[in-house]
Each structure stands twice: as structure tokens, then as C-alpha cells.
Design a binder for this molecule. Structure first.
Ligand code: 13P
Length: 250
């Protein structure tokens, strides 16, 4: 039997509190009979607003990042303790925008992954290659490095709270989606890497989401692939009218 599906919305740096509340309410209402696992990840500034709206529903509350340190003199950073206090359950880490625009490397991402796991969060670890890396035939090597680097020191027990999101950088916000077959091939490879690091059972169980221009029109075909267990959605997560059909694909 295939793993259960997990559809997540990454709202990135969008929405005021009022707009976030409106979207969250619409999602709660329209996904209340949804069959899958769901997540909404608003900006830090909207977490407190969205938290009571999704509490007790089938939509988890996610943050888009966290600091690598628990507390201290880290101007502009947000701590896992503060996220926990807001009711956040999941932290997205290693997003390509964090890696490439804000120069986060595997070592820093790994520190955040381990800290978040140690505080009981679920982690969505994002990986994915740049266009030039794909064109140079290095997509698998890059993803392998990011999986190994991101999961360094993570115990087999904690791995149960890790989700991997494969987001080829060239497909993010560009309207270009990896073909379902190309995406599935990378997912199968990543699963094999997890198997090598942990066990065949861990490889079989780990949820691997696909991200990069997921839309209502392509969701069902992507989700039909053997190794694709869900989606991490950006642009199409900003409206209930586009996120709900993805969340209820097929
Ligand atoms: P888009 O769906 O806008 O391509 O963004 C994907 C993404 O980065 C989700 O984290």
C-alpha cells in the first residue's frame, strides 16, 4: 500500500493577518472532509492569527524557518521555543529560497533540523538542484548531498518526524513543473539514499513531497507516481480556489 498523502501550503512572504485568517478559514471549511494530511505555513507574523483557526482541525500549523539556536542574542531570528509557544507543529527547513537567497548551507540547516526535532517538531526538509546542476547531470548528487547533510546526526527514531520535499529550484515559481516521471525518478533515488542511511523500512515509510509549480491541473498526475507522497505548494497555496483542488486531487 502506498504511503498516506501530505499536502502542504507554503505561503512564503505573503498576506497580512486579515488575509491569512481569511485563507485559513476557507481551508478549514473546504478541507474538513479532506482525506489527506494538510499543512498551512503562514509568515511568522500571521502564525498567532492562524493558530486558533486551524487548531483541532485536519490542518497542521507550520513555520517557514527557525533559528539554529534556541535563544540568545540573534537579532531578527525566531526561536523554536517561540514557535512552540504559538502552537506551531511543523517547521519547513532548507527551502531553496533560504539556501540560495539567504546562503544557508547544509551545516546550518542540519543544526536547525536537529534542534527542531529535539523540541518535538515535525520537519519538512527541502532539497533540490539548480538548473545548471541538472544540466550538468548532477541532480542526484546534489540531492544526495542535501539529504545526507540535512539528516546528519538524526536518529532513526526522530526520522519518523521528518518529511522530505523535493523542489527542483528551476521549477519553483516558474510555471515549469518537472515531468511526473522525472520527479518520480528523483524521489525514488532519494528514497534509496534514506534506505542507505537508515534502513529499507525507513526508506519505505518516509514521506517525500514534490514542490515546484504544483497546480490543480498537474496535481493528480504527480500524486499518481509511486514515490510522490504529497506536495509542497507555493503560489497555488495562496488561494483556497487553487489549493483545495490540489489537496483533494484525483
Ligand atoms: P511554487 O508552487 O510557487 O512553484 O513554489 C514551490 C515552493 O517553493 C513551495 O515551497
Amino acid at each position: 500500500m502506498k504511503r498516506s498523502y501530505y499536502i502542504a501550503g507554503n505561503w512564503k512572504m505573503h498576506k497580512t493577518r486579515a488575509e491569512a485568517a481569511e485563507l485559513a478559514k476557507a481551508l478549514v471549511d473546504r478541507l474538513k472532509d479532506g482525506k489527506h494530511k494538510y499543512l498551512a505555513a503562514p509568515s511568522f507574523t500571521s502564525l498567532e492569527t492562524v493558530a486558533p483557526i486551524v487548531k483541532g482541525t485536519n490542518i497542521r500549523l507550520g513555520a517557514q524557518n527557525c533559528a539554529a539556536e534556541e535563544q540568545g542574542a540573534h537579532t531578527g531570528e525566531v526561536s523554536v521555543l517561540q514557535l512552540k509557544d504559538l502552537g506551531v507543529q511543523t517547521v519547513i527547513l532548507g527551502h531553496s529560497e533560504r539556501r540560495h537567497l539567504y546562503k544557508e548551507d547544509d551545516e546550518l540547516i542540519n543544526k536547525k533540523v536537529r534542534l527542531a526535532l529535539s523540541r518535538g517538531f515535525e520537519v519538512i526538509l527541502c532539497i533540490g538542484e539548480l538548473l545548471e546542476e541538472r544540466e550538468a547531470g548532477r541532480a542526484e548528487a546534489v540531492c544526495q548531498g542535501q539529504v545526507r547533510g540535512g539528516l546528519d546526526g538524526v536518529s532513526a527514531g526522530d526520522l519518523g518526524r521528518v518529511v522530505i520535499a523535493y523542489e527542483p529550484v528551476w521549477a519553483i515559481g516558474t510555471g515549469k513543473t518537472a515531468t511526473p516521471q522525472d520527479a518520480d525518478a528523483v524521489h525514488a533515488f532519494v528514497r534509496k539514499v534514506v534506505g542507505g542511511l537508515y534502513s529499507p523500512a525507513a526508506a519505505e515509510q518516509i514521506i517525500i513531497q514534490y514542490g515546484g509549480s504544483v497546480k490543480p491541473e498537474n496535481a493528480a498526475e504527480l500524486m499518481a507516481q509511486e514515490n510522490i507522497d504529497g506536495a509542497l505548494v507555493g503560489g497555488a497555496a495562496l488561494k483556497a480556489d487553487t489549493f483545495v483542488p490540489i489537496a483533494q486531487f484525483g
